[in-house]
Ligand binder design. Sequence first.
Ligand code: NAD
Ligand code: MG
Length: 393
Amino acid sequence: MGMAVSLLKVCVLGSTGSIGKSTLSVIDQNRDSYEVAALTANQNDKAMLEQCLAFKPSVAAMLDEQAAERLRQALKDAGSQTKVVQGTDALVALAAEHDIVVSAIVGAAGLMPTLAAVEAGKRVLLANKESLVMSGQLMMQAAQRSGALIMPVDSEHNAIFQCMPAPGVDGQEAGIEKIILTASGGPLRKCSLDELAVVTPQQALAHPNWSMGPKISIDSATMMNKGLEVIEACHLFSVGLESIEVVVHPESVVHSMVAYSDGSVLAQMGNPDMRTPIAHALAWPRRINSGVAPLKFTSLSGLHFEEPDVERFPCLRLAYEAQEIGGVAPAVLNAANEVAVDAFLNESVSFLQLPNIIENTLNEVKNYHASDLPTIIEADKVAREVAQKLIAN
Ligand code: NAD
Ligand code: MG
């Protein structure tokens, strides 16, 4: 390679997951611009070992102590230079040290490292929507203070970003009427209530268009994912609930749209593959290769749009309610949902019990007057306890 150019150093939080792997695939195709400097994961040391050997990061962090020890030994045996660190603090420290941080941990566990990256003023590729749902105002304010650039990776929000005027332009002046958030409807879109009552985890996990981690797959089946995304959009684009419309679009080709006052509607389209929003978020305002096949319009069977059904999928309504209550309610919603989804995956509760657990938790945990970080963390903890109790009974 001729002249030495400085590569942008990327830290991937949650590298062994679905988004993490897609991110590494995009970076692999753009090694002349990006360097994988740090990887983190929970406990899958086998997957981490492979990634370390392929990308040679200077450091790898495992949350789990035994997994860290196994990884350290395996890397040593392989003659690798990658240093292994362990634990939450190590993970949070790494998030504040690199040019680009990819926030791809699942669930509330992503909150502290994501906030650390935002506070450190990094370019943050946000896939971990739960952290923004929990701490939206705090995180957006922190970004303003630090100059962090939060780039949405969630396909809908990345699409909206692409259909918006340049960041910083006033939405009203730009004539934005509405954000139209598309939803696939998930694998159970056509199921009756009777059918939903007996749905198994396997059926709920089988998403027709996207291949994703288990938690977000269940969220897609209940449509809680869309509820979390509505809240995510409120924060990312500083709009109220009334400016957002959810439309079910089963083909997942139109990833979302923005409607303007002159009647124009801008849509972002593409094959349903997360490498497109990841590549966009990495390189914006440039464009880089993602490895995603071009969209072939003449092979599409059609594009369909329908109303969401909150009778069969009440989680969407619950998310709106939590956002309307404000304060820590979205964090409570998120915590109860995480506990409920785990219980469903362990077959301790049925599919239709999920919204009940979440609604009852929301009703029980609402006596907080502050929404600073300690209060959010406390509300998250209490909501988990309440949801666990509801499940045990
Ligand atoms: P996943 O389950 O496939 O991967 C999760 C990653 O987080 C793994 O690397 C795991 O080791 C790590 N992790 C799990 N628990 C952890 C903990 N307690 N501490 C530290 N690390 C932990 O999940 P995913 O599907 O890649 O989703 C990741 C995030 O991206 C979620 O917030 C999800 O909502 C969001 N997202 C995913 C997709 C998708 O297509 N998969 C699309 C949009 C948004
Ligand atoms: Mg999405």
